[in-house]
Design a protein. Structure first.
Lengths: 340, 512, 370
């Protein structure tokens, strides 16, 4: 309905210029990361085309080899979007590998029972951390640090030794292949993509997802706007715990053993993937799709270094650090501009 | 014309805090389709009344009637559901989300739990359009200036209940100082929106420190003082002088009695000169000269730009325009360091957030400013430090007289004295005191005023800000009058300067 | 037990609880190892559980002392573990390239190179935090991730072993019957205390961490101070790196100083320094680091599987943090008496009069990290 009194419209200086709009667009960082991925992939193609880099399977392997990282990073995306941080990711993954291996091998439980137990334990751990963070107002950093210690310690309590899994159902599941185009994907890769799609739906099409963004944008405001944020925060950490446990299961499948030292420091990779994927570490801005590209970029660095042959594995860490630094500085300049 | 029934009626409202009665028996009514100003100086009870109304605070006595039924809210969201929405001075929205989402978050239209984005955007656009605003609802909120964000906040609060197709929407809209950081055009746009909402029958409660704005847009006003109701008037029935009197309180003749000029110390040569110093959103450019030994008092209502002026002279905020010269040398004012080096000291009105370091001891808080000028490598020798601290604890009668006490545990008056001591040991040439007597007991108040007089006699210049007119009058050689973020007059104190004269200047904004 | 005023003053002292925990932990050992407190002299060297606790705890004490100052400014430094690795790697690789590894000048130069690298890391962290305004936890994450890669790059992925007598001294040698590292720690702690309490640095650090805006308004140059504390923290980590690599006569880019940042933060928190910044206590941190080391030793001596060490640590973190959380105290102790001891920071706000709170817009203290 249009009223006849359309008098004082907002002055035109209220509307931002086109250039400013493009720069302030929250999708920009994701596009930058996607572009970076393409450029890196193109470099790989031109340098190693004689070594089979162009094969579809090399590309699909990125998904297979990093499926667990993707799932963990999706969980971390939720936490970081809400303005928190979760340092317990790697430990929960390590603990899940141990728990799974122990239950399957030493207790002889079937996988159908073990999987829900493992997921439940991870989610419960996340819930506890979220509960403490929310109700006692302790910084997420320190609470999840305690989680890191606790789960790594529980790994060692189960066993100091690595437990290899010989169960046939596990190995058959691990070796199952689903052909896609000119190659195949593992079950783990499929699961990780499903998790990604689900996360995207939750973040963008449910009220819960929007609350996560709102809390990350401005917690005080979210409270004053009447959003039930307490539950949201706890749910976010529960979700991260669940994702970590699921990532742990995928890791177990990928490596077919449980080891108390599995996935040490993986939380850093997950956080790095989220940041490189364009999510603001201060919360409130970012996309899980960006996280996918972040994971792919990290995975691609690894494969490029493998193909290069002469480069050693530690370049992965250095390259990750440099990328992390670059993206943090980009984020910083973007947020600085937004404020002025 | 018979008055319609009020949409909201509060009677005999009482709210107590430990040791303080913030509201004692306040009555307040609000009619549909009116803009109603709530006025009062700092601590008069405006914020408390609003917080009681919106369920932030619980009620200790009295009744609230909304649309004829008695209500009692326990949280802001309950009040919101009942149709009472509040928009605060700081925009409480999420800058990272789109305008449309900000309008609807928490009550997005969903279908089987899935947010219907198209419908959400369409409804937001319709709502914005209906209210006569030109805002792209898909743009992120942060891409708009603060003024537009403010408007979006109003749109959000007005849109309450719309999404589910039920609920009559907002009946009462509370605007708590929405205009303090807007420029003139933005204020006009806000007023247009307010008038449109008024036309739709919304009752608006408007809090503002700008008198002109109240006379421009409001129909009725309620004045509070010290937690009690002073009066409810139609805006057209009360002129500005009358209003200022109501707000400040004491009858004029009473003020005259208090007004005795104690201060006749000679002022010396020029110390500080400000030429066209100003800051957008802070205070309009002003010229000011301060002489040695002079006390300049700033008079004006809360939010008239008193603090803003002081902060610019200290470099706490950076001026956009103009230049400051101190002792003949231009000072850049890019940070407080520059001003401090030139001999300026500043006691902020916010003791807790901008003054004290509550964890540190009295001694540490006192020597902090002096130590900062010396840098970390040159600590004040222990003996000299203890002597200085002891001297000032004694001179200012800080209690407990224990330099080891944590400053956070002291009373307000003693905390203020600690801040004074902190700056006095730096031997400043100009001491800026922003509301040094607020929230402290009467004895400490008198001591601080006496101190100002003796400092001025020793040749220190003082810029003194206080809400109480008589305080300013009693102490100052010169009185700067502020109104609506402008320094409108500088009056040399003398027998002909009376509280009436200052009140008139504040009310009219004209230099007679 | 009567609560005499003296007893109360004692419990109020900021070191009381950390020391009490340490003493209890030490006493727990006695039933399991009756000669726990005895110190023997063999070959002119002192041996005993107490000596080894200090010896093995030395690197942690160093890192934690540096971390204390960073935390006091309201920051945090996650990169110390990586700095430990880089310093050890650089120093060891330089020494191993020498023809004569025992040459004192070569060893000193190598150590100098290592420490310069540490300082560079600290400057980088300080630059990001103070100049660029990036949250400390994020800024220091960069070196935490990349630093290990750099360390492995230096060592070429190998574990570099050195065979240098002078270098061995710092982390594994003895001097005047005691492990030399104890002297290094004592020196660093003494220098830190002197630097913070004999100059005005400590006061300014506490002021910046306690109230950043008030500090700006009294003219403290907080950027300079922040850069300094990050450099100092990295330097301490560097010395710890020398000590660790010297003790094992080897540099391991991957595992040297792994998780030491977490232990250090824990030590600082146990020592009574609030993660929100402000008041700090070097003595408390030293005791805190000793508590962590004693915990490890105790778990070992009482025969609980060593791997539960981490579970205990997690419990300690949670308990300490819960005790510091005003909300938890309010829930459990009903606004409890512990308020005086565990940072009354938030408590101060509740004493504000209504008029005061109305005047100041809710400025909720938020921590710079996270």
């Amino acid at each position: 309905m249009t009223t006849t009194t359309q008098q004082p419209k907002a002055p035109s200086n209220g509307t931002p210029s086109r250039a400013a709009r493009v720069l302030a667009d929250r999708r920009l960082p994701v596009l930058v990361t996607a572009g970076l991925f393409l450029v890196m992939y193109a470099i790989g193609l031109s340098r190693y085309q004689n070594y089979g880099f162009a094969e579809t399977q090399v590309f699909l392997n990125l998904f297979i080899d990093n499926s667990y990282l993707l799932v963990a990073a999706v969980g971390a995306t939720f936490v970081i979007l809400s303005g928190g941080i979760d340092l317990s990711v790697g430990s929960v993954i390590g603990f899940t590998t141990m728990l799974t291996a122990w239950l399957v091998e030493k207790q002889g439980l079937p996988l159908v029972i073990v999987i829900p137990i493992a997921l439940g334990v991870g989610a419960f751990g996340g819930y506890l951390m979220g509960y403490v963070i929310q109700n006692f107002e302790i910084q997420p950093f320190i609470v999840t640090l305690a989680g890191l210690f606790l789960f790594r310690g529980l790994c060692l309590v189960i066993s100091k030794e690595s437990i290899s899994i010989t169960d046939s159902s596990v190995s058959s599941m691990a070796q199952a292949q689903v052909s896609v185009g000119g190659g195949f994907l593992s079950i783990g890769a499929i699961v990780s993509l499903v998790v990604l799609a689900a996360a995207f739906y939750v973040l963008h099409y449910t009220r819960f997802g929007r609350r996560v963004y709102a809390i990350g944008g401005n917690e005080q405001s979210a409270l004053l706007m009447g959003l039930p944020q307490g539950g949201t925060k706890i749910a976010v950490y529960t979700m991260s715990g669940f994702c970590s446990a699921l990532a742990g299961l995928l890791f177990t499948l990928y490596i077919q053993s449980g080891d108390p030292l599995h996935a040490t420091g993986l939380e850093l990779d997950a956080i790095a993937a989220v940041v490189i994927g364009g999510t603001l570490l201060t919360g409130g801005s970012g996309y899980v799709v960006g996280t996918l590209f972040g994971v792919l970029v990290l995975g691609l660095i690894k494969s490029l270094i493998q193909f290069e042959g002469t480069l050693s594995s530690w370049w992965t860490k250095i390259a990750t650090g440099v990328l992390l630094c670059a993206f943090i500085l980009i984020q910083r300049t973007m947020t600085a501009r937004r404020k002025t | 014309m018979a008055e319609p029934l009020p949409v909201l009626e509060m009677t005999g409202i009482v709210k107590e805090f430990p040791g303080v009665r913030a509201l004692s028996g306040v009555d307040f009514r609000l009619f549909p389709g009116e803009i109603h100003a709530l006025l009062g100086e700092n601590g008069a009870g405006k914020s408390t009344l609003i917080k009681v109304l919106t369920g932030v605070y619980s009620l200790d006595g009295g009744t609230v009637t909304l649309n004829g039924t008695s209500v009692r809210f326990h949280s802001p969201s309950q009040a919101q559901q009942a149709g009472i929405s509040t928009v605060y001075q700081e925009v409480n929205l999420c800058p990272n989300l789109s305008v449309a989402e900000n309008i609807f978050i928490g009550r997005e239209p969903t279908r089987f739990g899935r947010i219907q984005w198209k419908r959400l955007r369409r409804e937001a656009a319709e709502l914005v359009d209906r209210l006569g605003l030109d805002i792209d609802v898909e743009a992120p909120l942060s891409s708009y200036p603060l003024a537009v964000q403010q408007l979006v906040a109003i749109v959000r609060s007005v849109g309450t209940g719309d999404a589910d197709g039920q609920g009559a929407g907002t009946k009462v809209l509370i605007l708590d100082e929405p205009t303090s950081s807007l420029d003139r055009d933005e204020v006009l746009e806000l007023f247009a929106l307010m008038r449109r909402l008024k036309g739709e029958g919304v009752a608006i409660l408007f809090v503002s420190h700008f008198l002109d704005q109240i006379y421009e847009v409001c129909d009725r006003m309620t004045v509070l003082r010290n937690g009690t109701l002073v009066g409810e008037h139609m805006v057209r029935d009360l002129d500005q002088v009358g209003l200022v009197q109501l707000m400040i309180g004491k009858a004029l003749d009473q003020l005259e009695e208090l007004h005795d000029h104690q201060l006749h110390a000679d002022v010396g040569e020029s110390l500080l000169k400000a030429d066209g110093v100003g800051r957008t959103g802070g205070i309009a450019p002003f010229d000011l000269e301060i002489k040695k030994g002079e006390v300049i008092g700033l008079a004006g209502l809360l939010g008239s730009g008193r603090t803003e002026l002081a902060r610019l002279l200290f470099g706490a905020d950076q001026p956009d325009t103009g230049k400051v010269t101190i002792g003949g040398k231009q000072v850049s004012m890019s940070a407080p360091n520059d001003a401090i080096a030139a001999g300026v000291a500043f006691c902020s009105e916010n003791r807790k957030t901008e003054g004290l370091v509550p964890d540190l001891t009295v001694r540490e808080n006192i020597i902090l400013a002096l130590q900062a000028t010396r840098g970390w490598t040159r600590p004040i020798p222990v003996a000299q430090r203890d002597e200085l601290v002891a001297k000032y604890i004694k001179a200012l009668d800080i209690r407990p007289a224990n330099p080891e006490a944590r400053v956070g545990q002291l009373s307000g008056g003693n905390q203020q004295k600690v801040l004074l001591a902190r700056w006095l040991i730096t031997r400043p040439k100009l001491l800026i005191l922003d509301e040094p007597t607020r929230g402290i007991d009467i004895g400490a108040k008198a001591e601080i005023q006496k101190l100002v007089v003796s400092l001025s006699e020793e040749g220190m210049a003082v810029l003194y800000i206080a809400a109480e007119l008589e305080e300013v009058l009693r102490l100052s050689h010169t009185i700067g009058v502020l109104r609506d973020r402008k320094l409108v007059a500088q009056l040399a104190n003398g027998p002909e300067i009376t509280p009436t004269r200052i009140l008139e200047t504040i009310a009219s904004g004209e230099h007679q | 037990m009567t609560t005499t005023p003296r007893w109360r003053t004692l419990t109020r002292h900021h070191l009381f609880w950390p020391v009490a925990v340490l003493v209890v932990l030490l006493l727990v050992n006695v039933p399991f190892t009756p000669d726990f407190f005895s110190i023997k002299m063999t070959d002119g060297h002192l041996y005993g559980s107490l000596v080894s606790i200090v010896l093995f705890g030395s690197p942690l004490i160093l890192v934690a002392v540096g971390m204390t100052l960073v935390i006091a400014t309201g920051g945090i430094d996650l990169s110390v573990g990586a700095v430990v690795a880089i310093t050890g790697a650089l120093t060891c690789s330089y020494i191993s390239d020498q023809a004569d590894q025992d040459a004192l000048s070569g060893v000193l130069l190598a150590m100098g190179i290592g420490l310069v690298a540490a300082v560079v890391c600290g400057l980088w962290n300080g630059f990001l935090v103070a100049r660029m305004g990036i949250q400390p936890i994020i800024a220091t994450l960069i070196i935490m991730v990349a630093g290990r890669g750099v360390a492995q790059l230096i060592t070429d992925g190998q574990i570099i072993t050195v065979n240098s007598e002078p270098y061995k001294l710092i982390g594994g040698g003895y001097w005047l019957t005691l492990p030399f590292s104890i002297f290094v720690v004592a020196a660093v702690v003494a220098v830190t205390v002197a630097l913070t309490r004999r100059t005005a640095l400590g006061l300014l650090v506490e002021s910046v961490g306690g109230n950043a805006e008030a500090s700006r308004l009294v003219g403290i140059r907080s950027r300079r101070i922040k850069i300094m504390v990050y450099v100092f923290c990295a330097l301490c980590a560097g010395i710890a790196g020398l000590m660790i690599s010297s003790n094992t006569s080897a540099a391991d880019g991957n595992n040297a100083g792994l998780w030491i940042e977490l232990d250090a933060i824990l030590a600082v928190v146990i020592g009574g320094t609030s993660l929100l910044g402000g008041r700090f206590s070097i003595g408390g941190t030293v005791v805190g680091a000793l508590v962590i080391q004693t915990l490890t030793t105790t778990i070992y001596t009482i025969g609980v599987p060593t791997q539960t060490n981490l579970v205990f640590k997690a419990a300690v973190v949670i308990i300490v943090c819960l005790m510091q959380s005003p909300k938890f105290r309010a829930k459990v102790f009903g606004g409890g008496r512990l308020g005086g001891r565990f940072g009354g920071k938030r408590g101060d706000r509740s004493t504000a009069t209504p008029a005061d709170t109305a005047a100041t817009p809710e400025t909720v203290r938020t921590m710079e990290v996270s």
